[in-house]
Design a protein around this ligand. Structure first.
Ligand code: THU
Length: 157
């Protein structure tokens, strides 16, 4: 039996000012995107912003529905919108921010498993790492690639 260890690395920042200019812009875009959230059931408002290889930014926000499973997370709303409106353009980064009762959450929202899987596929399609910024109030986590959120990514088909 071989025992393997997987190491996961991420950076922690205490303010958007500590980020690079491009990451700061994306973090603020994710916060801004929260305005598009429709979350009457959970009242958990999430915004996401995807950076495209050509420099553009595509925003998304969570959309809920009375038939609960029909809703969609902010991350997938943003990524699917980016892919649908900019087909073939690589996604190089995604930022996520969440708020409750109009206040940015201090604890950064971490993407669900389904969103991580979708990130993994667009990263594979891009052929380069997609970084992930989880933006909280006074705490920002940066993962330089999706693998650090989803090790042993499924890409066998
Ligand atoms: N949600 C997101 O949009 N992204 C996340 O990373 C976590 C959860 C949404 C789904 C649902 O509308 C609400 O937040 C509560 O789970």
């Amino acid at each position: 039996m071989l025992e393997h260890t997987i190491e996961i690395r991420y950076g922690e920042y205490s303010s958007p000012e500590e980020l690079s200019a491009a990451d700061r812009e994306l973090a603020y875009a994710a916060i801004e995107a929260i305005k598009g959230s429709y979350a009457p059931y959970s009242r958990f408002n999430v915004g996401a912003a995807v950076r495209l290889k050509d420099g553009g930014i595509v925003r998304g926000a969570n959309q809920e529905n009375a038939a609960f499973p029909s809703g969609l997370c902010a991350e997938r709303t943003a990524m699917f919108s980016a892919s649908a409106t900019h087909p073939g353009v690589a996604m190089t980064s995604i930022a996520i921010a969440a708020s409750q009762e109009g206040k940015l959450c201090s604890s950064p929202a971490t993407p669900c498993g389904a969103c991580r899987q979708v990130m993994a596929q667009y990263q594979l399609l891009a052929g380069e790492d997609m970084s992930v910024l989880l933006v909280g109030d006074g705490k920002i986590l940066k993962f330089s690639k999706v693998d650090d959120l989803l090790p042993l990514i499924f890409d066998n088909i």
